[in-house]
Design a protein around this ligand. Structure first.
Ligand code: FAD
Length: 347
């Protein structure tokens, strides 16, 4: 196990900001994870687990302790009756995993195609897109408990999944290192077609609704919104959606509708968001004085997606945070709603 010093973190994140890790190690096995944890304990270093770096804003000062880059690889699968169990190392790249499941004609994660990051990152915020989330297919996972030093198996029910949350980013934040995740997928299952964008894509084409075609469609739709990491696409230098869709009470939603109507505006309704009483955060941002492409300095809003804050060049983490605070303040003033950031702030 090689412990490196002063390793730049910005290139290891999709946002591309932030200072160095005081110490840095890549762990390719459970034993190496344990060894790294012992090293951090022995030297009293705060530990941070890095996956694909796609949901992070690393501070300009960097991380004062040890960054453990998760690099446990390997995908195994076994078939039960109608169900295929895929067991993947936490360091596997998520989208490569989705491609493998689709190649085996297994349904359940096809709509999550094109999301950057690692397998281990997906349960943390219960990754979701186009009407699907990993909570629907995660069967179990194995994590190292930093408190007891023991490996612990979590069934789906133990993970506390809800919209963009799990126990791993709420009450047990920082306690576990996720080592492996097992997904239960439907063998020869149908693709999920819950989302309007996907239905529209297929209604305009003479293309069969197979898992492979849905995966291709999702990637194409994501690319058109710079939500697919594509070399050279400046609008993809982001952490994805910067704000969660706020969940509001029925009363507050009525109040918002009245406020919007008084300005001759209507809050767009999407069945998927309606069911969970969510207000589209993108609409709130765009109706608080920020449009796609807003900002002409180092930080701005993506030209293709109102919820993505992008690093247009040499932005600092402080500039990103100041810009997101300005958006939050203006949304609060205009609509009385406090937007909650989705990325994790490190250091
Ligand atoms: C262009 C773009 C599009 C995106 N689209 C979506 C989307 O559609 N839907 C969505 O939900 N998200 C989206 N995201 C956000 C991001 O891709 C996901 O949250 C992803 O799952 C993060 O995984 P990661 O491996 O990159 O985690 P990181 O960013 O490295 O880490 C995120 C958090 O997870 C923790 N973590 C990571 N791995 C482990 C592990 N093995 N054990 C314990 N903790 C761990 C980290 O400590 C940190 O707290 C997008 C991001 C970008 C840049």
């Amino acid at each position: 196990m090689l412990i490196q010093e002063n390793v730049a973190l910005a290139p290891l994140t999709t946002m591309g900001v932030g200072g160095p890790a005081r110490y840095f190690v890549e762990a390719t096995s459970t034993d190496e994870v344990r060894e790294a944890v012992r090293y951090a304990d022995a030297h009293r270093l705060p530990l941070f687990i890095l996956g694909g770096g796609s949901n992070l804003i690393v501070s300009d000062r960097g991380w004062p302790g040890l960054v453990l880059k998760m690099a446990i690889l390997g995908i195994n699968h076994r078939h039960g009756r109608g169900t295929a169990y895929f067991d993947a190392g936490a360091g596997e790249e998520w989208d490569g995993f989705v491609a493998a499941t689709v190649a085996h004609n297994c349904a359940g994660v096809e709509c999550l195609s094109g999301i950057p990051g690692s397998i281990g990152g997906t349960p943390v915020q219960n990754v979701g897109a186009y009407g699907q989330e990993v909570a629907e297919t995660i069967d179990s996972l194995v994590a190292l408990d930093l408190k007891s030093g023991e490996e612990q198996e979590f069934d789906k029910e133990d993970c506390g999944f809800a919209y963009r949350t799990s126990v791993f980013n709420t009450r047990q934040r920082g306690r576990y290192v996720i080592l492996r995740v097992t997904f239960a997928l439907k063998l020869d299952g149908e693709p999920k077609m819950a989302y309007g964008d996907l239905q529209k894509y297929f209604s305009n084409r003479d293309s069969a609704r197979t898992l492979a075609n849905v995966r291709a469609a999702v990637r194409q739709i994501r690319a058109s919104k710079s939500m697919l990491i594509t070399p050279g696409d400046e609008d993809a230098r982001s952490a994805g959606s910067f704000f969660k869709n706020p969940v509001v009470s029925a009363k507050l939603f009525e109040e918002l509708k009245r406020r919007a109507a008084s300005q001759n505006l209507a809050i767009p309704r999407y069945p998927a968001l309606d069911a969970q009483k969510k207000v589209p955060a993108a609409w709130l941002v765009e109706h608080s004085g920020f449009s796609k492409g807003y900002g002409n300095g180092a930080v701005g809003i993506s030209r293709k997606h109102a919820l993505a804050i992008v690093n247009r060049g040499r932005a600092t983490a402080a500039e990103i945070v100041a810009f997101s605070d300005e958006i939050r303040r203006r949304v609060q003033e205009s609509w009385g709603i406090q937007l909650e950031p989705e990325p994790v702030f490190v250091g």
